[in-house]
Design a protein. Structure first.
Length: 198
């Protein structure tokens, strides 16, 4: 029994690395009609920064934001708790995206599926033929799967780009509560999405 335990201890870091790495995908759209930054209250800054980088690289002429309706910490300058979508817009503008090139999609979203539906409505309204979604690394597999399902038959090309700035390491994610939230909890969400939206 102790030998099996030792083997499990030795193998665990490799299993944990594989579990984390399997969640991260990249499906590039070389030139998109718009970048879509998915909501994520705790990750808004890293996602906005990555979108700004892609914008500056000329990967798309517009940046779209989804609004989850969540408010952030108190702002002394504003004397209020700004919405995270407002903070994301500020981050984009600070990183060189013109304010006129940033648009918040209408309606509040509560899930990745809601965001996909909102993005498809935008594409149908504005005639977009390609969208590149920006989200956190361990969310990319579920996000891409959801977008491809939602956009099926639309003729719109979709891709996903991870914002890697602040993601837990694939080797050490299991050493922190944040890592478990980002990696381990993503698997039940994947199963739910495959079942609910297949």
């Amino acid at each position: 029994m102790s030998r099996v335990f030792v083997v499990l201890i030795v193998l665990w870091p490799f299993v944990a690395w594989a579990a984390a790495s399997a969640l991260v995908v990249r499906a590039g759209v070389e030139r998109a009609d718009a970048l879509v930054v998915l909501s994520g209250s705790s990750a808004y800054a890293e996602r906005a920064r990555r979108a700004a980088e892609l914008y500056r690289e000329g990967r798309a002429p517009r940046v779209l934001l989804t609004d989850d309706g969540q408010r952030g910490p108190w702002s002394e300058a504003r004397q209020t708790n700004p919405l995270f979508v407002e903070r994301a817009r500020e981050e984009l503008v600070r990183d060189g995206v013109p304010a006129g090139s940033v648009e918040v999609l209408p309606g509040q979203v509560t899930s990745t599926h809601d965001e996909a539906v909102a993005a498809r409505a935008y594409a149908e309204r504005d005639g977009a033929r390609s969208l590149l979604f920006v989200t956190s690394p361990y969310h990319t597999r579920r996000a891409l799967w959801t977008m491809r399902r939602t956009f099926r038959g639309s003729g719109v090309e979709v891709g996903v780009e991870p914002a890697e700035a602040d993601a837990p390491s694939p080797w050490g994610w299991w050493l922190s509560r944040r890592g478990w939230r980002h990696v381990a909890l993503e698997y039940p969400k994947l199963v739910y999405y495959y079942w609910e939206y297949r």
